[in-house]
Design a protein around this ligand. Sequence first.
Ligand code: GLA
Length: 369
Amino acid sequence: MKINRRPFLIAAIGLAGILTANAAVETSDFDDIKLYTLKNKAGTAVKITNYGATVTSIITADRKGTMADITLGYNDVSGYMNAVDKPYFGSIVGRYGNRIAKGKFSIDGKEYKLAVNNGENHLHGGVIGFDKVVWDAKVVGPNSIALHYLAKDGEEGYPGNLDINVTYTLTDANELKIDYLATTDKKTPVNLTNHTYFNLKGEGEGNILGHELMINAKGFTPVDSGLIPTGKITPVAGTPFDFTTAKAIGRDVGKKDQQLEYGLGYDHNWVLDKGGKDGQLTLAATLYESTTGRFMEVFTQEPGVQFYCGNFLAGNLKGKSGKTYVHRGGLCLETQHYPNSPNQAAFPNTILNPGKKYKTTTVYKFSTQ
Ligand code: GLA
């Protein structure tokens, strides 16, 4: 596997550079890691690097037209490579995003053992997941970048050569569309997601507790103390997990609740009411920040979304513009299949068969109110 460990500064190739051209490619002395800029008619700009297929920034207008970067990240690729606290800022996680209990699962009676990298469990594809490899990248349209990675049979313990394509497109309707496509030559679990941390006030502008979140889900998957689902789907009604009507994230996050204790806050999978049922993109969640008016909608074909409110951000990390990322300084809405599905027969299937396609789309749409 190709892992680029060279100290390559994204900043040096202009993370704060001038955003003029659509699908501008910023190159450097190092030929295999690049930074791409997508910019649309509204002036929204999205930067993506092929290291980890990572979204390094999303710059959008507030209701007055002032632009700000609303995602957390580092200003150099070594930040992403050496992320000791493993926040997975902006990257594609996989081969199995989220957790697999004890790093074990069986297919057709054969047991597979994965890297155990989160307590006794497997998280986000293992020690060198898709967030820590160099992807091939190709500009495929004025506002579209296609990234490709071939995960080898046995990589991080997973069976099968998995051929993955992730395409990011920024539309003039202010949508960041992520199309995922994968094929395999052996049965294997696949669950890909994007791990962008949003702060609609702007990165480094305090915590996200005042953001108002709606999740289109009447149920969630409660977990054990290692954040592995128990297998039940519990109604959110009457619990701090009820986001069926938009509410401030901070309203109930401090309530006494065993699930919140296990997650150190919200770090759970919601079972989307319509997600994944008919292959249609449906609204999974909305996020609103009243001081800036920024509003974000998340559409997906996936059956679940992991809402993680940045509980592990400890306030000791300086972000790309030098500001400190405080506890809960960003939140993730990771569209996905449920955690540990390979060990939960009742959960929607995550095993991809040879000859079949893993194909799914998620859209983050930005506007103001
Ligand atoms: C996911 C997990 C969290 C945490 C973050 C990264 O969202 O569910 O528990 O590991 O990734 O810090």
